[in-house]
Design a protein around this ligand. Structure first.
Ligand code: KIV
Ligand code: NA
Length: 263
């Protein structure tokens, strides 16, 4: 198969083909997800949490996004790679957004950028898409708005959600993330838009789903929002493996002769 393109990604909606998206932040994980057959890989600014150990995404920089996205792009052969624009990298002006989106694309080889916003960022989305930078929008719960929202909460105001989604589509976004919105509202937005909706905490009626890979594989202890399904308990797998290594090293059963060189 040839690599995913942005138009193919958008067209999947009309074909009734559900879109699968996961995050990756480095070569190892991007290569694995790509080989398994994920449709798109998001280099999310959630790296502020899962890689950097911070309690929000707010301090992530454009340079850090470039560092991670470049490693991801190098690993990927099929998936569409989308890079998040971090907090304050597009808020100052459409010109600032243009410069930073240009860097994110040119210095990594990613196919598209994602930014949080709808009505409030429509001008910026139009500016970017007008310059042939594909934009995925992100509405509903916008984690970069955590200070003004006062926490990570389900967004239930229907008309503003519909307005944001439509504004993003009209500004030229090729797809839209819906985060933490009631499933009924996500279903209505999905039925209204011509571009695909990618849900996280937005129910089953979206055109696709996205999760943070570390969360769905059970690598983020204590993070248990209702929308998250844990498909594995990798912490447990790692714990067992590392305990065995420590034990076998201490009792001298590792390495044995089969893991040793001979003269
Ligand atoms: O940064 C991220 O990983 C995201 C997804 C959760 C949609 O924005
Ligand atoms: Na993000």
């Amino acid at each position: 198969a040839s690599p995913w393109t942005v138009p193919q990604f958008s067209a999947a909606k009309q074909q009734g083909r559900k879109l699968t998206v996961l995050t990756a932040y480095d070569f190892t994980w991007a290569q694995l997800l790509d080989e398994i057959g994920i449709d798109a890989i998001l280099v999310g600014d959630t790296l502020g949490m899962v890689v950097q150990g911070r309690n929000s995404t707010l301090r992530v920089t454009v340079d850090q996004m470039i560092y991670h996205a470049e490693m991801v792009v190098r690993a990927v052969k099929q998936a569409l790679v989308i890079v998040d624009m971090p907090f304050m990298s597009f808020h100052v002006s459409p010109e600032q957004a243009m410069e930073n989106a240009g860097r994110l694309i040119k210095e990594t080889g990613a196919a598209a950028v994602k930014l949080e916003g709808g009505v409030n960022q429509a001008g910026t989305i139009a500016k970017l898409t007008g310059a042939d930078v594909p934009v995925m929008a992100h509405v509903g719960l916008k984690p970069q708005s955590v200070l003004s929202i006062g926490g990570y909460k389900v967004q239930r105001a229907k008309q503003p959600l519909l307005d944001d989604a439509l504004a993003a589509q009209e500004a030229g976004a090729f797809a839209i993330v819906l985060e933490c919105v009631p499933r009924e509202i996500a279903a209505e937005i999905t039925a209204t838009l011509t571009i695909p909706t990618i849900g996280i905490g937005a129910g089953p009626d979206c055109d696709g789903q996205v999760l943070v890979t570390n969360d769905m594989l059970g690598l983020t202890p204590g993070f248990t929002p209702k929308f998250l399904k844990k498909y594995a308990d990798l912490r447990n797998t790692v714990e067992t493996s590392v305990r065995n290594y420590i034990q076998e090293t201490r009792d001298n059963s590792f390495p044995d002769d089969s893991h040793s060189f001979h003269e």
